[in-house]
Design a protein around this ligand. Structure first.
Ligand SMILES: C[S@@+](CC[C@H](N)C(=O)[O-])C[C@H]1O[C@@H](n2cnc3c(N)ncnc32)[C@H](O)[C@@H]1O
Length: 207
């Protein structure tokens, strides 16, 4: 899928659907917060939420005192909604509207968090570009938290095909230099009460 088609898809989603009219909505991103806590970041740790969309993770990170939060998404409309919700607190966040596969990270990050963005990269070249960006952004010692649909999860998300993962398959995708430190299966309940099986993994970059 070209970057243009991908961007048009997501801008359409976010300009036509309300926050809780999308399957991935969560009032409280509890598991993401738990996994971030697991790696014990200090308040000055730089954290990037890849494909953060309208997620409330950023609100929660600011409330917990994190001072260097970045939200990256291909959709400007999604970021605008999150900014409007945060009001004056939005100025404490770095907002980046870009396709992650094309991103030139301007700094390094202690934590790379991605809930349900990586699984859309069904082309090997896109996944390779994503992992190259990740390696530029997260130095050894940093952590990577990725949540995708599980092997027995849905085959599509937002009408788009996805790749499904277990911990071994995700570790294989990242390649050498990443140690899997935690794996968790998780059932997400959509706003219309169906269940979606997710796989979350936490890696430490070792080299
Ligand atoms: C299923 S939604 C999940 C949103 C958010 N992470 C959450 O948990 O609520 C996937 C998000 O990834 C974004 N996205 C998809 N492909 C992307 C890409 N190549 N680069 C950046 N963002 C992307 C979409 O705009 C969307 O906000």
């Amino acid at each position: 899928m070209s970057e243009e088609v991908r961007k048009t898809h997501w801008e359409t989603v976010y300009t036509t659907r309300g926050e809780n009219e999308v399957s991935w909505f969560q009032d409280n991103p509890a598991l993401s917060l738990e996994l971030i806590d697991l790696v014990r970041p200090t308040h000055d740790a730089a954290i990037v939420d890849i494909g953060g969309g309208e997620s409330r993770l950023v609100d929660n990170l600011l409330a917990r005192g994190f001072e260097r939060v970045t939200v990256l998404d291909i959709s400007q409309a999604a970021l605008d909604v999150a900014k409007a919700r945060l009001g004056s607190r939005a100025s404490k966040v770095q907002w980046i509207a870009v396709d992650v596969t094309e991103w030139q990270p301007p700094q390094t990050f202690e934590i790379w968090h991605d809930r349900a963005a990586f699984h859309f990269l069904v082309d090997a070249a896109d996944r390779a570009a994503y992992i190259a960006r990740l390696k530029e952004a997260v130095p050894p010692g940093g952590h990577v938290i990725i949540g995708t649909f599980a092997i027995d999860g849905p085959e599509k998300c937002s009408g788009l095909p996805v790749n499904r993962y277990d911990a071994a398959r995700l570790a294989e995708e990242l390649g050498t230099g990443f140690a899997l430190i935690h794996a968790r299966r998780h059932d997400h309940v959509t706003p219309w009460k169906s269940e979606q099986r997710f796989q979350f993994c936490v890696f430490r970059r070792t080299a």
